[in-house]
Design a protein around this ligand. Structure first.
Ligand SMILES: O=C1C[C@@](O)(C(=O)O)C[C@@H](O)[C@@H]1O
Length: 234
């Protein structure tokens, strides 16, 4: 699914999917933020494929325990689910007790089901220097189909480090998705796809952003396509 850039509309409400169709290529379903996520999946009849995320509380989400893996595993049985997000820290075992075995089992299930695995890393405080970012991207990409890195930019230099790291990791053959959270890094969401980033995230309803600094969905679509095609009105 991630050979080309994929713009995902992030939401906790699959009922928003019709509003996302005009601009998004997929929906990121934030199961940890959703009311009755498995029932929503059962009822889903939309056109867009789903990336399912059930973000752990220790990685900035709301899913409090290992039960999040059971819910993700059930989600993989739905035909519309094309990709699943798993935290790198869960796969590498430097997370709370029991995460690693659940995370690797989920990855196996995803592979058997032909579902892509996005391995994610988040830093809600800062952006390390670009060499460290490249290492993180290499680690994440080697554990799944795409390595995703979202860090917090507090100055323009942080955005530059992320752009550089995106370029270097892509040149080294890794499939990555990158972005900075926070206002000084907002433009990375439009620019890193030029350097190889394969996933963008934006809320359908700007009032429900799932990370600081996200552009509205239609804006990110226009910016990414405009930079790619050289047509600002694209
Ligand atoms: O990991 C990511 C990236 C993200 O944090 C962002 O910065 O856009 C938004 C989240 O919904 C998603 O799971």
């Amino acid at each position: 699914m991630f050979e080309e850039f994929v713009l995902t509309a992030s939401t906790a409400d699959l009922g928003e999917e019709p509003r996302a169709r005009a601009d998004a290529d997929a929906v990121e379903f934030r199961m940890d933020l959703a009311v009755d996520p498995l029932a929503q999946l059962d009822d889903y009849g939309g056109d867009l494929p789903l990336l399912v995320t059930n973000r752990a509380s220790w990685e900035g989400g709301e899913a409090a325990d290992l039960g999040r893996f059971d819910a993700l595993s059930t989600a993989l049985g739905h035909e519309a689910v094309a990709a699943v997000d798993i935290e790198l820290a869960a796969l590498r075992g430097n997370a709370p007790e029991g995460e690693r075995s659940h995370a690797t089992a989920l990855r196996d299930t995803a592979r058997e089901a032909g579902v892509d695995v996005v391995v994610s890393v988040h830093d809600f405080e800062s952006t390390p220097e670009s060499g460290a970012l490249v290492d993180l991207l290499g680690d994440a990409a080697s554990e799944g189909d795409v390595g995703k890195l979202a860090t917090t930019a507090t100055a323009p230099a942080d955005a530059l480090a992320m752009i550089r790291a995106t370029h270097e990791a892509t040149a080294a053959g890794h499939r990555v998705a990158t972005m900075c959270m926070g206002e000084p890094g907002r433009h990375t969401r439009a620019v890193t796809p030029v350097y190889g980033s394969k996933i963008g995230y934006a809320p359908v309803d700007p009032a429900n952003a799932t990370a600081p600094g996200q552009y509205p969905l239609a804006t990110l679509r226009r910016l990414v396509d405009g930079l790619r095609d050289g047509d600002a009105d694209a």
